[in-house]
Structures are given as C-alpha cells and as structure tokens.
Design a binder for this molecule. Structure first.
Ligand code: NDP
Length: 289
C-alpha cells in the first residue's frame, strides 16, 4: 500500500498531502438519525486503501459514519488526521465542537475549521469567533485550528487580533480557480492551503482548455488524468482533498506518490487553466449575479 507523504504545518503538525473527503459524494446519503451503512463502508474502504487524512464537517451530516469507520478500522487514533468544520453551529462553538466529538467518538480532532466566512456581518464578528476557536485549541479538543473559504481580507481581519494563527485555509482549488496571488499571500502569512475539488476540469467543467495537456501528461507518466490534476495541486504545496465512491479510483489516486510534474508542466497547466473560470461551491457568495 502506497503511504501518502505528509507535510508539516507551521505549528509542527503533520498532514498527509492527499485527503479523503466525506462531503460531496456522501452528504446526501447520511445526515438522518439512522446510520447510513453505505457511507460507513465507503470511509472504511478509503481507510483500508491507505487514506489517513479524513476531511469531515458538521454540514455534511456524515460525522457519525466517519466516527464508526474510524473505530471499526482498528487503526490507531494517532495515525489519523481528522478534520471537522463548524458552520451551522457557529453561534455556539463550544457546543458545536462537543457535538462533533460525540458524533466522531473522538477526544480531539486534528484540525477544526470555520467552514465559511459569510456568516459574519463585520470583521469584529470574525475576530470574536476566531477567539472562540483559539479556546478550542487551548482546551485540547483540536490540535490545530483554521478556516475555509476565506479570502485575503477575511484572513487579514482575523490576523489583526489572533493570538494563534490559522494553520490552514481550505479553499476550492483547481486549474479553473487559481485565485490570482492567493497562494503567495498564504505563503507570506505562513498559512497552509488545502484545496478541494481538484478534479473539476475532469468532472464538473469538462471540455476546457487544460484537457489536452492533462491527457498528454497522463500518457507521459502512465497515470490517469485525475492523477495529473491531483499532482498539479500537490506540486504547488497544496494539501489536496478528493473523494470517490469507487475503490479502484481511490487506489488509482494513491498513484500520485509515484511521480511529480516538472515546474514547466505545472506552469503550462496553470497558464491554460487561467483561460477559463469555474467555481463549483459557494458560488452565490463569491460570484453574486
Ligand atoms: P474532486 O474534485 O476530487 O471530485 C471527486 C468526485 O469526482 C467523486 O465524486 C468522483 O466520483 C468523481 N470522479 C473522480 N474521477 C473521475 C473521473 N475520471 N471521471 C468522472 N468523475 C470522476 O473533489 P470533491 O469536489 O468531491 O471534494 C472533495 C472533498 O473536499 C469533499 O468530500 C469535502 O470533504 C471537501 N470539500 C470542502 C468544501 C468546503 O467548503 N470546505 C466544499 C467542497 C468539498 P466517483 O465516486 O464516481 O469516483
């Protein structure tokens, strides 16, 4: 089984560069009071295949299923990197993290994120919620804390009053959504980027300008087109989150550990990708008509 290498966050925590998401494909199935066994089995398959970085969120309704799969796996707790996110529960973060830990049957999460910044009416509200997140880390219920879907102004707002810096910002990231110089901004601030929806050019936005180069590089390296897109993201130091309902695909994704793109190849995909703009998530918030 190919082990996924890890990178270190600025606070010293190690994160496997490829994570398995329990949102998107899964959230419509779970979320009811009953446990959705299909989702448990899917996470169990991902764990068995070799994934240890598991991305969850209160909003996905899959926390209980994720917790059962972790427990039944027999893998040691400390070998997992488990992320949770607060969204609906943002009004009472101490209660939200307690609920999440109960659902997950865990004593702590490795990473706890504010799922999106759009709840806040002003910078003060973002700052006061960040102060509550810092208390979660200080209590030991989260080893690291961070944010998701934050833009530069949101990051700068919380950095003004933070005593603990966000370890991570989890954003949509693929060739058709490169966010200008946002990666460089993160590097300057010492905040790691996690990217979700890396396969968008193959799935939701097929038929775009990167198709040709992605297919050429897949042939060159003897890998799938999906692997080229995952590698494009990882080769820019982005901790990358994907998912699949298919064991074969989950195994195939792990092939990313066996090759790297050259800097020129990364640049070629980036240059062609900038010819198209596509956002899959949080569209109404980021691109209001
Ligand atoms: P991806 O872009 O990696 O897409 C994965 C999906 O693509 C799977 O459903 C898979 O379907 C499908 N797929 C894979 N390969 C192919 C192919 N060759 N042809 C057609 N379809 C293919 O990531 P997601 O958008 O699913 O997001 C991954 C994770 O990121 C989520 O589960 C969640 O944890 C996180 N996320 C976070 C958000 C946030 O706001 N913070 C928002 C969105 C996602 P199949 O099952 O058939 O293999």
């Amino acid at each position: 089984m190919a082990a996924v290498p890890a990178v270190k966050l600025e606070n010293g925590a190690s994160v496997p560069v490829l994570g398995y998401g329990t949102g998107t494909a899964w959230y419509k199935r779970a979320g009811a009071e009953d446990i959705d066994r299909e989702t448990v089995d899917a996470v169990a398959t991902a764990i068995r295949t070799g994934y240890r970085h598991l991305d969850g969120a209160e909003a996905y309704g899959t926390e209980k299923e994720l917790g059962i799969a972790i427990k039944e796996s027999g893998v040691k707790r400390e070998d997992f990197f488990v992320t949770a996110k607060v969204n609906k529960g943002i009004g009472d973060i101490p209660a939200a993290i307690e609920r999440t830990l109960r659902n997950l049957q865990l004593d702590y999460v490795d990473l706890y994120l504010i799922h999106e910044p759009f709840f806040a009416k002003d910078d003060e509200e973002l700052q006061s919620k960040w102060a509550e997140m810092e208390k979660v880390q200080q209590s030991g219920k989260a080893r690291s804390i961070g944010v998701s879907n934050f833009l530069q102004p949101h990051l700068e707002a919380i950095m003004k009053t933070a005593s603990i810096k966000p370890a991570v910002n989890q954003i949509e990231f693929h060739p058709y959504l490169q966010h200008g110089d946002l990666l460089a901004v993160h590097r300057r601030l010492g905040i790691a980027v996690e990217g979700y929806s890396p396969l968008t050019p193959l799935t939701r936005a097929k038929g775009g300008p990167v198709d040709g180069v992605v297919s050429r590089l897949a042939k060159k390296y003897g890998v799938s087109e999906g692997n080229v897109l995952l590698r494009w993201s990882i080769d820019q130091d982005v901790v990358t989150l994907t998912t699949s309902s298919k064991e074969e695909r989950l195994k195939e994704f792990l092939g990313v550990v066996k090759f790297r793109l050259t800097a020129d190849e990364v640049d070629e995909i980036s240059r062609l990708g900038r010819e198209k703009h596509y956002r899959a998530f949080w569209k109404s918030k980021f691109d209001p008509d």
